[in-house]
Design a protein. Structure first.
Length: 262
């Protein structure tokens, strides 16, 4: 089994090694690959669950995710209790096991063929993804669904916001939650984009490299998947050819709002 481990532990954090060790205890033949998202960023977690889960890959796959800000209840916690564990099955057979927090399931909720609570303790450890959840994930990986509880209604999962920074890649390109299909602009149209306090001119392009060096492009990016209607879903991206869009906008954080001013 190929497992994508998505969590907000931090790049290079030994927490990844600890969780992988526990998962391998229950799924010895698994190949586990880790992906670190910013702290408490359920939006980035949900984005990568969909990007990895809904696109082609090995036939026997699971995504194990943990980003649990514990914001479902702002009062003092008893026994380190947090958001509950869930199971989703995607149309291509990919199993998704992880905490239902914020937007973690928002990108896949309309795609999921099955969506259930997993009957496992919601507390018992500050580090639940290592100490509490792996046995349930191992059971699901091996088609033991006796750990499943009640079905989750789609209305219990928030819709994703369609105007945010979803991710910043290693080149400083800003991936957004703005669907390319939502725009009705002519290629090479001049627009104005605001993120936080910074405003910049940009060029709408139907391909990021179709702009001169040093120009900020607003174009359909490399991320997306097939929608529930069978049509491709593409997400808009801010791309500064020869530079960093992220730096131009003052290094915005994931989930920061993006505004098109003109």
């Amino acid at each position: 089994m190929f497992i994508s481990l998505i969590a907000d532990y931090g790049t290079g954090d030994p927490a990844f090694a600890e969780v992988k060790q526990r998962l391998l205890g229950g799924i010895p033949q698994a190949q586990i690959h880790e992906l670190s998202v910013p702290p408490f960023s359920t939006l980035a977690t949900g984005f990568w669950i969909a990007q990895l889960g809904l696109n082609p890959g090995p036939a026997n796959r699971m995504i194990y995710h943990n980003c649990a800000p514990r914001k479902d209840d702002l009062e003092a916690r008893q026994n380190n209790e947090g958001e509950g564990l869930t199971y989703a099955l995607l149309p291509n057979g990919v199993k998704v096991v992880g905490v239902n927090a914020g937007y973690t399931l928002s990108f896949i909720k309309d795609h999921a063929e099955k969506l259930y609570v997993i009957d496992v303790a919601r507390g018992g450890s500050q580090f639940r993804s290592r100490d509490v959840f792996p046995p349930a994930a191992a059971a699901i990986a091996q088609d033991d669904f006796s750990v499943l509880g009640a079905a989750i209604a789609l209305e219990q999962i928030p819709d994703l916001p369609l105007d945010r920074v979803a991710w910043v890649d290693g080149y400083g390109n800003i991936k957004t939650t703005i669907p390319a299909a939502s725009l009705n602009l002519q290629p090479q149209s001049k627009i104005v984009i605001r993120i936080g306090d910074i405003v910049s001119d940009a060029i709408y392009s139907d391909g990021s490299f179709r702009v001169p060096e040093g120009t900020l492009a607003f174009a359909p990016g490399s991320s997306g998947w097939l929608g529930t209607n069978g049509e491709p879903v593409r997400w808009m991206e801010l791309f500064l050819r020869g530079g960093s869009a992220w730096a131009r906008f003052g290094q915005p954080k994931v989930n920061q709002q993006i505004m098109q001013l003109g």
